[in-house]
Design a protein around this ligand. Structure first.
Ligand code: MSP
Length: 511
């Protein structure tokens, strides 16, 4: 039983978001992409767990709470809710909302520490160097640019006793692991970058702070608090049920199938994280995907420039499915991308309103007009009918293959290819002309089109859950028959379809 569950399990995570920031397009992007992947595998029959959540400890929050004159727990409770709201607004169907200030996480993080300590991987020393509170990261002197972190964040000199993790011992084992698992880090350019970084040499890593009290205490030495990245990364284990390694949850979901994150935090995930896990004798996640960054109309986004795009504004402006659609299709997953209002409007108008929306409208309105919405049995299929039926049924094969590589834009290109083909089929078969000359043939054409629309609606669910639901209702697919294993089904003869309604409104062209 346990084995079957494990074989079909898929555990996917977003990074957990720093609570003190306001949700922006970067957070929305990681979340939506992960949700599309999670929904895809759920519909494909996998046993999916999808984790998102918030990263709540550290000096940044401790100082902010102090400044606001509130208890840090109250402070993070309030801000963590902003990200939960963002996920809900974006229609992200997470299974676990992990919070580092939770009791179960504290247990998991301390258990990981104890495993590392028992394995002789931790020693007490003292740290002297630069630390950036904003990045919650240590920097070498050589990394500083004009006295600041490479990210532009201010740094402060820190000198304190600290526990260290023997990261330097893991250089060779990591390189060996990367070579044996060439798919561990994607895309390929990031994999190469990680290898180059590890080859350049690893120093032991300071993993505790004494100047910090808002965090998880080091077991048996509560003067020390866990370094926030060690704390934060452990959330992925917490979400799988660690430290209870015998639990059904842990057995099913660990190691994680996929960690999704932005390129800026790849090093933590692809180097430190596997090193901690290998050192603790725990399995390493199967894959790490680092996506690119968004700019706004060609400019880097920042609070000081006042050009930060918030998910709430996008949803307000374009609608939730339109936002999800554009986030996924505007950039090749893994590359950087630019957000431009004009290009988003164009995409909504051409891909959604014209190609997809019109296809549904013209076919469903015509069925409604000619048969009152009743699904009539087809006659004999022509070569063209067979081809469209074959292609609409087979698109899932390539969708699966591209999804397995997280080439999401290609996954949905497959759907738009079929949408284009179906539109051309309508133009060439001219059902409106057949109405008079050959009504039997017209019924066959409409039946083939309806089958195609049903399939399109089924495979669009991960990307646009709300609109796909509406489409599925309109094309008469029963709620119980919406998973991918229904893609070979044909429409039920005799069923009456509801009256079609509009799917996507066109966006006003910019004035
Ligand atoms: N708390 C850490 C992650 C810990 S995971 C164990 C963190 N949080 S974050 O809130 O700063 O970043 C969350 C995600 O947003 C990261 O994947 C980051 O790459 C992504 N983005 C932030 N700005 C972005 C853009 N402008 N564009 C795309 N994604 C970007 O880091």
């Amino acid at each position: 039983m346990g084995r079957t569950v494990q074989a079909s399990s898929f555990y996917i995570t977003t990074p957990i978001y720093y609570v003190n920031d306001a949700p922006h397009i970067g957070h929305a992007y990681t979340s939506v992409v992960s949700d599309v992947i999670a929904r895809f595998y759920r519909l494909d029959g996998r046993n999916v767990r999808f984790l998102s959540g918030t990263d709540e400890h550290g000096q940044k929050n401790e100082r902010a709470a102090q400044k606001a004159g509130v208890d840090p727990q109250d402070y993070v409770d309030q801000y963590s809710q902003n990200f939960r709201t963002m996920l809900d607004q974006l229609n992200c169907a997470y299974d676990v909302y992990g919070r580092t200030s939770s009791h179960e996480h504290k247990k998991a993080a301390q258990a990981l520490w104890s495993r590392l300590s028992d394995a002789g991987q931790i020693y007490l020393g003292s740290y002297a160097g630069w630390y950036s509170v904003r990045d919650e990261a240590f920097y070498d002197e050589g990394e500083l640019i004009d006295g600041k972190a490479p990210t532009g964040a201010p740094v402060e000199w820190v000198e304190e006793p600290s526990y260290f993790f023997k990261l330097s011992e893991w250089q060779e084992p990591l390189l060996k692991y990367f070579r044996q698992n060439p798919n561990f880090v994607a895309p390929q350019s990031r994999y190469n970058e990680v290898i180059r970084f590890v080859e350049s040499g690893l120093h032991d890593l300071s993993i505790s702070r004494t100047a910090l009290s808002w965090g998880i205490k080091v077991p048996n030495d509560p003067v020390h608090t866990l370094y926030v990245w060690l704390d934060a990364l452990t959330i992925y284990l917490t979400g799988a049920g660690f430290p209870d390694v015998t639990s059904e949850s842990y057995q099913a979901y660990w190691p994680a199938s996929l960690h999704v994150m932005g390129k800026d935090i790849l090093r933590f995930h692809a180097v430190y994280w596997p090193a901690f896990l290998l050192a603790a004798n725990l399995p390493v996640p199967k894959r790490i995907f680092a996506h690119g960054w968004w700019t706004n109309e060609g400019q880097k986004m920042s609070k000081s420039l006042g050009n930060v795009i918030t998910p709430a504004a996008l949803i307000d402006h374009y609608g939730v499915d339109q936002t999800r659609y554009c986030l996924v299709r505007e950039i090749q997953f893994g590359q950087d991308g630019n957000f431009s209002d004009q290009s988003v409007r164009q995409r909504i108008n051409s891909d959604l309103a014209n190609d997809l929306g019109n296809l549904f409208q013209r076919v469903l309105r015509f069925i409604n007009k000619t048969t009152g919405g009743e699904v009539i049995a087809p006659g004999i299929y022509s070569k063209d009918d067979e081809t469209l039926l074959q292609n609409s049924r087979a698109m899932i094969i390539e969708m699966r293959a591209t999804m397995n590589e997280q080439a999401l834009n290609k996954t949905f290109d497959c759907v738009w290819n079929v949408i284009g083909e179906a539109n051309r089929y309508v133009d060439s078969q001219k059902p409106w002309a057949l109405a008079k000359d050959d009504p039997t043939r017209m019924m066959t054409v409409l039946y083939v089109l309806l089958a195609t629309l049903q399939r399109i609606a089924i495979v669009l669910q991960p990307l646009m859950p709300e609109s796909a639901e509406k489409m599925l209702d309109m094309v008469g697919v029963d709620r119980a028959c919406r998973s991918f294993d229904n893609l070979g089904q044909m429409p039920t003869i005799g069923l009456t379809l509801p009256e079609p309604t509009a799917l996507f409104l066109r966006c006003e062209v910019e004035r």
